[in-house]
Design a protein around this ligand. Sequence first.
Ligand SMILES: CC(C)(COP(=O)(O)OP(=O)(O)OC[C@H]1O[C@@H](n2cnc3c(N)ncnc32)[C@H](O)[C@@H]1OP(=O)(O)O)[C@@H](O)C(=O)NCCC(=O)NCCS
Length: 338
Amino acid sequence: MYNTCIAAIATPLLVRIPQLRPLNIVRDLPGVADLVEKCFADTMDADGRTYIQQMRRAGQDNVFLRWASSAVETASMPLSGYIWEEKGDIIGNVSLIPYRHARKKYYLIANVAVRPEYRNRGIGRALTVAAMQHAKQRRADETWLHVRDDNPGAIELYRSLGFVDVTRRTTWQAQPDRNASAGSLGIVVTRRAARDWPAQETWLRRLYPDLLTWYQPMPWNSLRPGLGPALYRFMSDYDVRHWVARTDSISSAVVSWQAMAGRTNRLWIAVPPEGNEDILTALLLHARHELFWREKISLDFPAGQYNTSIEAAGFHPHRTLLWMKSNETSPDENRKSI
Ligand SMILES: CC(C)(COP(=O)(O)OP(=O)(O)OC[C@H]1O[C@@H](n2cnc3c(N)ncnc32)[C@H](O)[C@@H]1OP(=O)(O)O)[C@@H](O)C(=O)NCCC(=O)NCCS
């Protein structure tokens, strides 16, 4: 019964719209890379540029393409999706990235992009609906997407298709700096001890909730103290550092730094809900100072929390992403004629 209904919903969209077709991983990657680069030019960062380069390289790698053709529904990479094509040109794209977590199947809809001169004709809507139907046909438990919160047009599109806001996360960035100093704040920051872990874990679980871990798994083995995790880090060549700020010998906030191969290094902040703003500032300044010989650091945090202390430590907001989840059982693709 379920399959019959899905087929009735899904087939007509692809049949009725000849310009809409599934992504062909062997042929389309260079064209999709060009489109995504053009459509996201204003907001693309270093990680985004690396992603585009990887897409271009993958498009020329025959071994990869052979593997990718067979792995489209299992790899956590944008190997499947839909294309809007006119006269042989790629006009629009949507990517689908599958994830598995805690026995559930997730799809992330990404890279929704339409060439500027073709916008406002319903192409973005048709591509997103095709992606939603794809996820539904493959029995996804949940379908998500991330959109910058300063992109009202795209947010409006997704809301009209039944996506609802779940959370907003801000990515902050800063350069490590030998001269960063928290001296004037009079707060003592030291290396983390094993006894700081219970509070750190509790605060981390609140700030990086389970709800988000299908996409952003917590690196618990990199963060936990103890011999087992240390051995794991040694074997896996993971580099981490931890610092704690204490008040009256009790930990008030903890920060962990994690080196990320090929990507911006990360900080994980653990603070109580109503903690002292200066303590977090001091901790972050200390981390910037101690890491002076390292590359840029980035920090993902619930939007709107501790903004003043993070900014006072020399971090700037890189972007805020709205995480949206589909509540729609039958996306309405007919709101605009194409
Ligand atoms: C977002 C984007 C994909 C929309 O593509 P599009 O083909 O123009 O979208 P559609 O014509 O299907 O518009 C669908 C809906 O989007 C909304 N929308 C699109 N552009 C909008 C704008 N500038 N302002 C307000 N709403 C807008 C409207 O709700 C519209 O509804 P309607 O069909 O009732 O008019 C396109 O603008 C784009 O490529 N932007 C750059 C890349 C980007 O930001 N992608 C989103 C990443 S999450």
